[in-house]
Structure formats: structure tokens, C-alpha cells
Design a protein around this ligand. Structure first.
Ligand code: NDP
Length: 406
């Protein structure tokens, strides 16, 4: 059988996934890359061909907000799987189009409505019965966080813990792009996430914190060293809390440098991060969308970014015979190495690689099911045994001390 994949979204993440799929033509026999701007797809394909990966990759223009356009494209391409790497606003339209055409679905970010900076899985989980009835699989959140972090937790529970008590997901980007202020992925999505209230789970309830008000210092491995990190709400906690009700406390932390935070505060104070329309010279504009137009395109950060990312999970609980608690599992990714391979920096790379591996596991039948699933619901072993070869090796350790996280 010929495996045909349709990738939607030609940003940094779409670039990496298309590269990775092009490196594995044994699995991804036919590839189509579609996005709002076809020229961006063509530019990615030209870069892939320039790396000596000469097999054809089709490109197309599509407005993924429009279900009938999507349906027409899917009917034309006839993919086995749609890999959605456009924006979270398009999750539901693409899921609708997959249902209408009978095609499996994968994404890396949960649905957000453009008018409310609130994200949760319930709008997509509501599709479970429809996907089940259609005999289709929708895999949600196959990026790094969500994505690999969910699989790390599943791996820890399967191989090291009889019971998990606390899970801290820790995301560090120690890269430097040299700009006073820029975001490493879509600025609109990034700023909405960071300026939202923090939230963590403890003893059966969610607790809210003011944005960026809870800080800890964590000493990151492999030469990165101590960094300030801040408590944020992050979507994988919603599914992990649901699927591991034994966990007593779950938190998510992200590192930010002082310059980023100062700029963000100023932009917030002057109203530039607002997502409601304001009138300007007789027409409505959304300040955050205008800001996005001023900031560097995340895709342009690739050649300038130096340093590493370190994303992982710190877990405590009751261990199996050979293990001790706490347990720390992480990946280190080097921005310059990612750029040399794919023309994108590590934040896009760490998201695009798991999307490609998730797609492989679906197409090969190693992960199968009917309905809507999060990553931790599948056996972590095939993913963990391959993700290193795909470019994101992992390290696990049983550190002494509590890492400052107790
Ligand atoms: P970018 O903004 O760089 O790229 C998004 C792409 O989608 C652009 O090519 C854009 O086209 C295209 N697009 C936007 N709207 C539409 C539309 N209506 N129809 C068709 N195409 C559209 O984003 P990233 O590549 O950085 O991120 C991609 C996804 O990955 C996002 O959903 C993001 O939230 C997610 N992500 C997930 C992470 C994880 O670890 N799970 C981490 C980082 C990102 P155009 O350029 O023409 O506007």
C-alpha cells in the first residue's frame, strides 16, 4: 500500500516534519505540503531538494479555516493521514474535513478559539465518538510539549513507578537569537500562552496563579546550568491528570530571560498583547496580530540561534524494584545542529520530529485505535525506542536531592 501524507502548515514546525518525512520515503511514499501561502511550501521543498533528497514533494495552497477547501484538497491528494501543523485555530475544521473524507488526523497543539486566549482539550475530545464510529484515529499533541513529555510520563509509569505522586514538566530554551525580543514559535500563540494565568494541579483541584508570578531556579544538565523558570499552565497537564488520576501534584515550568520578561511587561502595559479589536484609522486591528507583523518571523531565527534546549519531566513516586525516586528524563537539542539539518531552530525541530514519528507510528499500525487519543494512551515503547534515531535522544537519571522542586 502506498502511504500518502498531507502536511498542512508551512511554518517552522511544518518545515521540520516535511524534512523528516522526506528522509524516510520508505514510510512516507508520497508527501504533499499545503499551507495558506503556497510559495512557503515551495521554498521548503527547494531546501529539501538542495540537501540531495530529490524525490518529488507536492505543494498546494489551502485555507484551513475553510472545511470545503480542505475536503476538496484531501479528495485530490487522497492521503492516509493529515498532519496538521498550521495553527490551533484550525484544529476543528481539519478534524471535520478528516471525518468527511475518512482520513486519520494528527496535530501538535490543542484547539484555541481566536477570540479567547483559553485552550483545552474538551472541544477535540468531543470528536471521540465520531472518529470511533468512522474507524479513524485522531492523535492529539504529537509535538514535544505536549507530545514527548506525555510519552516520557507514560514511559516512567510503565518502567519505573508503581505509583507517581508528582510530575513537574520543565521546558528550558537556553538558546540566544541575538534579538532584544522575539518568540521561538508563532508569536501570537506564544504570547497568548505566556500572558495567561498560571495553573497547576494539586490534590484533586486546579489552582490559579497570576501570570509569571511563581518562579524557581533549576540547575539544568549538560552545561546549561541554573536558570529562572516560571509556572505556566500547559495543555498536556489536562490529559495527563485525566489519564493518571494517582498523581497528587502536576506543574509546568518554562524558563524566560529577564530581557524577554521586561519587553513582554512593557508590551502588555501599553496594550500591544490585547486580542480584542481596536479601531485604528477607521479600521479594526487586533494589537497582538499587529505586533506579530512587527516581530521577527520565528522561521528567521534559525541561522542566528545558538545554544540548547532541555525539555523533560521530573517525577516522584513509589518506584519499582530497581528504581529510586525522584526520576528525571530529558532531551537536549542543539539549535545550530537543527538548523544545519533542516533550516529551522530547535523549538521547531523538537516539535516537528515527534510529529513525523507519530505519523510513522500511525501509518505503520504500531499505534492504532478508533477515536481521539492523547499520546500517553499508547504504548510508549515503540516511540521511545525510535525517537533518538529520529533526532531527539533522551537521557534518564535518578538525581540525588529534590532539584528545588519539593
Ligand atoms: P508558524 O506560525 O511558523 O507556522 C504556521 C503555518 O500555518 C504558517 O505557514 C501559516 O501560513 C500556516 N497557516 C496559518 N493559518 C492558516 C490557514 N488558515 N490555512 C492554512 N495555513 C495556515 O507556526 P509554527 O510552525 O511555529 O507552529 C505550528 C504549530 O505547532 C502551532 O499550532 C503551534 O502551536 C504548534 N507548536 C507545538 C509545540 C509542541 O511542542 N507541541 C511547540 C511549538 C509549536 P502563513 O505563513 O501563510 O500565515
Amino acid at each position: 500500500m502506498t502511504n500518502r501524507v498531507l502536511i498542512i502548515g508551512a511554518g517552522g514546525v511544518g518545515r521540520v516534519t516535511t524534512f523528516k518525512c522526506a528522509q524516510r520515503r520508505d514510510i512516507f511514499n508520497e508527501i504533499t505540503l499545503a499551507s495558506r501561502t503556497k510559495e512557503k511550501c515551495d521554498a521548503i521543498v527547494a531546501d529539501i531538494h538542495a540537501k540531495g533528497l530529490k524525490q518529488p514533494i507536492h505543494t498546494a495552497a489551502v485555507d484551513a479555516d475553510n472545511v470545503s477547501e480542505l475536503v476538496a484538497l484531501i479528495k485530490n491528494v487522497k492521503p492516509n493521514l493529515v498532519v496538521h501543523l498550521a495553527l490551533p485555530y484550525q484544529d476543528l475544521t481539519i478534524m471535520d474535513a478528516c471525518l468527511e473524507t475518512g482520513v486519520h488526523y494528527l496535530d501538535t497543539a490543542n484547539y484555541e478559539h481566536p477570540d479567547t486566549a483559553k485552550f483545552c482539550y474538551s472541544p477535540q475530545w468531543k470528536y471521540h465518538e465520531r472518529f470511533e464510529k468512522a474507524g479513524l484515529l485522531a492523535l492529539l499533541g504529537s509535538g514535544f510539549d505536549p507530545g514527548v513529555t506525555n510519552v516520557y510520563v507514560a514511559h516512567a509509569r510503565k518502567h519505573h513507578f508503581d505509583r507517581m505522586d508528582t510530575v513537574d514538566i520543565i521546558d528550558c530554551n537556553a538558546g540566544d537569537h541575538g534579538y532584544p525580543f522575539a518568540t521561538n514559535f508563532n508569536p501570537e500563540i506564544n504570547i497568548r500562552e505566556v500572558t495567561a494565568k498560571g495553573r497547576f494541579y494539586e490534590k484533586g483541584a486546579w489552582h490559579e496563579t497570576d501570570p509569571l508570578s511563581v518562579k524557581k531556579v533549576f540547575d539544568f544538565p549538560e552545561g546549561i546550568g541554573p536558570k529562572d523558570m516560571y509556572l505556566l499552565y500547559h495543555e498536556e497537564m489536562e490529559s495527563l491528570v485525566k489519564h493518571y488520576p494517582e498523581v497528587q501534584r502536576m506543574r509546568f515550568w518554562m524558563t524566560f530571560g529577564q530581557s524577554y520578561l521586561t519587553h513582554l511587561k512593557v508590551l502588555e502595559n501599553v496594550g500591544m498583547t490585547r486580542i480584542d479589536p481596536v479601531m485604528y484609522e477607521g479600521r479594526e486591528i487586533i494589537p497582538l496580530q499587529f505586533l506579530k507583523a512587527l516581530l521577527p518571523d520565528p522561521a528567521s531565527l534559525g541561522p542566528r540561534t545558538k545554544g540548547k534546549t532541555c525539555i523533560g519531566c521530573w517525577i516522584t513516586g513509589t518506584g519499582k524494584a530497581t528504581s529510586a525516586s525522584p526520576y528525571y528524563i530529558y532531551n537536549i537539542c542543539d539549535h545550530e545542529a537543527c538548523y544545519a539539518e533542516t533550516g529551522a531552530q530547535a523549538v521547531s525541530y523538537t516539535t516537528g520530529v515527534p510529529a513525523a514519528l507519530g505519523a510513522k507510528l500511525i501509518l505503520s499500525g504500531q499505534w492504532s485505535g478508533r477515536g481521539v487519543f492523547n499520546m500517553e494512551q499508547f504504548d510508549p515503547d515503540p516511540f521511545m525506542s525510535e525517537i533518538g534515531d529520529w533526532g531527539l535522544p533522551w537521557v534518564e537519571s535518578f538525581p540525588a536531592g529534590d532539584g528545588g522542586l519539593a
